[in-house]
Design a protein. Structure first.
Length: 113
């Protein structure tokens, strides 16, 4: 991702189906996010993608737990899966740790400028 480290306050994306590595994508997001930056990823869960018969040569369906694990592995915190009003699509959200974790000793990695 051709962006400087810690340069983005918030990221919203709906393209994780096309990533060959969910973990690498999350690491890049964590790198470019500012401390306390927010990430929102909209996606259809694997069960719905499979039911639609999406071509696996193009789409890589993801389970919600896979998305949360990749967020955690990238050092993002407070990962949650949300489902708006019974819709099929989900939103995964997370925050990049910042100075508050250093001050309050939560054990999360601290990123700074």
């Amino acid at each position: 991702m051709p962006l400087p480290d810690s340069s983005i306050e918030a990221i919203s994306v709906h393209t994780i189906y096309f990533w060959s590595s969910l973990e690498d994508g999350m690491l890049q997001f964590a790198r470019v996010m500012r401390p306390e930056g927010r990430l929102v990823i909209g996606f259809l869960p694997k069960e719905h993608m499979d039911a639609m018969g999406m071509p696996q040569a193009i789409f890589t369906p993801r389970d919600p737990e896979q998305v949360l694990l990749a967020m955690r592995a990238a050092g993002l915190r407070d990962g949650q899966i949300r489902q708006p009003d019974g819709r099929r699509w989900l939103a995964a959200t997370a925050v990049k740790p910042g100075w508050s974790q250093l001050l309050f000793g939560t054990g999360f990695p601290v990123y700074c400028c």
